[in-house]
Design a protein around this ligand. Structure first.
Ligand code: F6R
Length: 254
């Protein structure tokens, strides 16, 4: 593991954006796995800024997002399709035909999930998968327990996750869709490199569990420790509950 601890959420986002930009530059046809959520907003803002400044070209990038709510169309402002347009795609020169998210409004959800897996395989697999971590320890929407060989599928969202994401739904956890389509833990582990980013004090406990606790389907994010090429970028607040032994290995950019 490469563990990088930045001062605050802003510098953590800058470090993550830099790493993503390097990955894009390292391939003729980069394939990125993307995430949504509050943690990603600063990262996408910095990628958009780099594009605007002429230093980052998305024309050859293919992307696959981790997840989407069931029942929301791409036009729904609360959907992850909409989020990606709003936070990244409309600001950069990515070919929209090369952007992919699972279709939560599909009539046959199982067929949609199988097709999504096939599309990832046809693209040659994901070079870098960006990940956040949820309050339940989920990556993507892999709620506990999610076995490490799971593939893209329909899952039921935990109540804690609906609470975490209620802000987009008028603050009402019950208004958050109860189901989502998500890449599985196995799909995520197939990516050639993983980048997990967490910021803020609310993530400190689950970050420590994921990085230092047992590697278990009860904490999906702990699965990243089975990967041979993964980077974790934290800010000081989200790193606050890590042990001195873990912190001793961290690269600190204070
Ligand atoms: C979203 C996703 C989730 C989030 C996680 C953290 O596409 O895959 O795993 O990354 O729930 O969300 P925030 O950043 O809002 O705390």
């Amino acid at each position: 593991m490469k563990l990088i601890i930045e001062n605050d959420a802003g510098t953590a986002a800058t470090a993550a954006a830099q790493l993503i930009a390097e990955e894009i530059g390292a391939h003729d046809t980069p394939v990125l796995g993307l995430a949504t959520g509050r943690t990603m907003e600063g990262i996408y803002a910095r990628l958009a800024q780099a594009h605007e400044q002429g230093t980052l070209d998305f024309s050859c990038v293919t992307s696959f997002n981790l997840d989407e709510y069931v029942g929301l169309s791409a036009e729904d402002p609360r959907s992850y399709h909409y989020y990606m347009q709003d936070h990244l795609f409309r600001f950069v020169n990515i070919d929209l035909h090369r952007t992919h998210l699972p279709d939560g409004a599909a009539t046959d959800l199982d067929a949609e999930c199988a097709a999504y897996e096939a599309q990832i395989a046809r693209s040659g697999g994901i070079d870098l998968q960006l990940l956040g971590i949820g309050d339940t320890g989920h990556i993507g929407f892999n709620e506990p327990p999610s076995s490490f060989d799971t593939r893209t599928r329909c899952v039921e969202l935990d109540e804690a996750t609906r609470e975490q994401n209620a802000a987009m739904f008028g603050g009402d956890p019950n208004a958050v869709p109860h189901e989502a389509l998500t890449m599985g833990v196995g799909t995520i582990l197939d990516a050639r490199r993983l980048l997990l980013v967490a910021t803020g004090p609310a993530k400190a406990g689950i970050v420590a569990k994921a990085l230092e606790g047992p590697i278990t389907p009860e904490v999906s994010a702990s699965a990243i420790r089975l990967h041979k090429n993964y980077v974790v970028i934290l800010d000081e607040a989200s790193a606050a509950e890590l042990s001195p032994a873990t912190l001793a290995h961290a690269q600190r950019n204070a």
